[in-house]
Ligand binder design. Sequence first.
Ligand code: FES
Length: 128
Amino acid sequence: MATWNLTEMNHHVLICNGSSCMRKGGEEVTLAIRSEIKKRNLEVQVHTSRTRCNGRCKDACVVVVYPEGTWYHEVDEPLAERIVSEHLEQGKPVEEAVTYTYNGRGMELHNDRVIGVDLDKEKKKVKQ
Ligand code: FES
């Protein structure tokens, strides 16, 4: 158990450890991200958290970077290292692997990814 001082943190990385992502290398991705953060001395600026399912299982393994609200899909170990070096260290998201970004009003879909289940339609079905 730990209680980190986060006052100098500038990025929070959520690494999906739900069952679909774990089947697609979620543990290796988690370790690769944490190792690369350590190697680049970014441990004070970058905080990581393992999460349960993020609701985008077709995109497994999913990694989300805040505060930008950048969602990555199909992250493997090489991509995990690029996310750390290019996005977290240099401030340039790995565009070809982005699923969503937050545009100030909502989430914007990138790279022709599967849109997924429409929550409004699902709620209407339940009410009928
Ligand atoms: S298990 Fe990772 S998005 Fe569902």
